[in-house]
Design a binder for this molecule. Structure first.
Ligand code: HEC
Length: 113
């Protein structure tokens, strides 16, 4: 009985160790060197929350004259969304975010259908 339990604990421990290792390797492959795990270097959702949510809402629902972005991917392609971020639109200021942050948020929003 004791042996079985020990074997079980050892087994699950090994599975967890392997799972943790696998996850770490996946992240390492995607992230630039120097980023020590955890959040990815460019987290579209975090960027959205920091730069866009004040107008478009934390949940993308919009409010008043600020349009909802909940199904924006059904309306625009990633490139079109990147263009709106770049050039602004009506009361939306242009160039709030740039470069890879802009691309990451545009790709993330393009999946909202
Ligand atoms: C100062 C408020 C404000 C901020 C900040 C803001 N927006 Fe906007 N956004 C607007 C307004 C207002 C419109 C509607 C413009 C219009 O069509 O006249 C709009 C429109 C859009 C549209 C087009 C929606 C549609 O259905 O046509 C997209 C996409 C968009 N915003 C994305 C973003 C992203 C991504 C960010 C963050 C980088 C952001 N916005 C930040 C105010 C804002």
């Amino acid at each position: 009985m004791k042996r079985k339990l020990f074997g079980f604990l050892l087994g699950t421990g090994l599975v967890f160790a392997l799972a943790a290792c696998g996850g770490g390797n996946d992240n390492a492959a995607k992230e630039p060197a120097g980023n020590n795990g955890g959040a990815t270097a460019v987290n579209a959702e975090e960027i959205y929350k920091g730069n866009c949510a004040s107008c478009h809402g934390q949940d993308l629902a919009g409010a008043g004259s600020f349009p909802s972005l909940q199904t924006v991917g059904a309306k625009y392609s990633q490139d079109e969304i990147a263009g709106i971020i770049e050039n602004g639109r009506g009361a939306m200021p242009k160039g709030i975010i740039k470069g890879e942050e802009k691309d990451a948020v545009a790709a993330w929003l393009a999946e909202k259908k």
